[in-house]
Design a protein around this ligand. Structure first.
Ligand code: HEM
Length: 389
């Protein structure tokens, strides 16, 4: 089906969750229907934000955050070790990696990070701030009855729609503040040139706005900043946490990861993103984590744009089609021992990955635009943490 995009167009999300204001009037890249606007956003994000050179110029930001994290972990271990002979230190990974994710995004945008170094490892320090950010950008998505029973759409409009609009207002105020902060600082520093290399994401967007104010309205800019927070932070934090949990529960894989880093990078310096190409086993650990754990088990819904046949089934025009990647990733016909954590399955020529059986970032035209950023961040943080555990 994903190969037949001539017949199956990615469909905007269901009505109830997509009340026009929630997605800046359907202008964000994730909600925008296929067409010139979506293509333009896709080009803009791929060329200006997630391009290879864009990611290289923001790599120091991610390195510094990884560095802060490790420094804090070592300090905590020393402090706790001084108090008792216990060689173990308790760290609550979920909040730690969420804080790291938010800090990376804020710094890539060009604004002050949300959490200070001393707040990273202590769940109670900055806890309220983290809770507010999570509620704002990763709330429990309300269940919309109308998506499954269309005649109940009016119920959603009242209950789900109202909640989503309130959520949107809350996000909008937050994002607007960030943009104003950058606008003021650009005015005072006199930056006027478009997209200087290494420029913060909001600066790049504001420069584009200056050149073409009719197209790059504030809402378009806010929609792009929003994707940095929504898929950008939660998915990363979740996969880093899973990768660490899988490594800790599979000591042979942890030892192999650490040995690979020791022999290729040594112990005198911290891993950087440019080292990742020399670490194929670490990449396999990330791939296997992405296979076993899913952030969203179902890809963006597709819709048959004409009558067609897919996998022997006749599909009528207008039918909504869903791809369950969780099932694809655990299919016993494709993967041996599908529930077992085995990074080695991605190794060498006879590797089990065949393209269509591994699609954590989706496939086709709506494939994840942040894949490069995600793989670099996962590799860096998991590699740095794995090497000191
Ligand atoms: C491990 C982390 C991530 C995973 C597993 C992931 C996965 C996905 C998946 C499965 C899709 C839907 C693809 C489809 O339906 O074919 C998607 C879309 C998308 N992702 Fe990600 N993502 C991750 C991180 C990110 C990051 C860090 C960003 C940006 C900061 C991002 C931005 C987007 C956007 C904008 C789309 C919509 C693309 C479009 O509709 O054209 N993702 N992602």
């Amino acid at each position: 089906m994903l190969h037949q995009e001539g017949h199956c167009l990615p469909k905007p999300p269901p009505l109830a969750l997509c009340e026009a204001p929630v997605n800046y009037n359907y202008t964000t890249i994730t909600s925008s229907p296929h067409g010139d606007h979506w293509r333009n956003l896709r080009r803009l994000t791929s060329a200006e934000i997630f391009s290879t050179s864009g990611l290289v110029s923001s790599s120091s930001t991610r390195f510094e955050e990884a560095h802060v994290l490790i420094k804090q972990m070592v300090n905590k271990w020393r402090r706790d070790h001084d108090k008792s002979d216990d060689q173990f230190v308790k760290v609550e990974f979920k909040s730690v990696f969420s804080k790291v994710g938010f800090n990376i995004v804020m710094r890539m945008l060009g604004v002050k990070p949300c959490f200070e170094a001393e707040e990273m490892l202590e769940a109670e320090k900055g806890g309220k701030r983290l809770e507010d950010l999570m509620k704002r950008f990763h709330p429990q998505e309300p269940f919309a009855l109308g998506d499954f029973f269309p005649f109940l759409w009016w119920l959603d409009r009242w209950f789900v729609g109202k909640k989503m609009i309130k959520l949107h207002q809350n996000r909008d105020v937050f994002i607007e503040r960030l943009i104003e902060e950058r606008r003021d600082s650009m005015c005072s520093s006199g930056v006027t040139k478009e997209g200087e290399k290494g420029a913060a994401i909001i600066d790049v967007l504001l420069c584009l706005q200056r050149a073409n104010p009719d197209y790059y309205t504030d809402d378009i800019i806010k929609g792009i900043v929003l994707i940095m927070f929504t898929p950008g932070t939660a998915a990363l934090a979740l996969f880093i946490e899973w990768a660490m949990a899988l490594l800790l529960n599979n000591p042979h894989a942890l030892t192999k990861t650490r040995d690979e880093i020791d022999s290729n990078i040594g112990r005198n310096r911290l891993l950087t993103e440019s080292d990742l190409v020399k670490l194929p086993y670490l990449r396999n650990v990330i791939n296997e984590t992405l296979r076993l754990c899913n952030f969203a088990p179902i890809l963006v819904p597709r819709e048959a744009s004409e009558d067609c046949t897919i996998g022997g089934y006749n599909i009528s025009r207008g039918t909504m089609l869903l791809v369950n990647i969780l099932a694809v990733h655990k299919d016993p016909n494709e993967w041996s021992e599908p529930t077992v954590f085995k990074p080695e399955r991605f190794e060498g020529e006879g590797c089990e990955r065949s393209g269509a059986n591994w699609l954590p970032f989706g496939m086709g035209r709506r494939k994840c635009v942040g894949e490069g950023l995600a793989l670099k961040t996962l590799g860096l943080i998991v590699g740095v943490d794995g090497s000191v555990l």
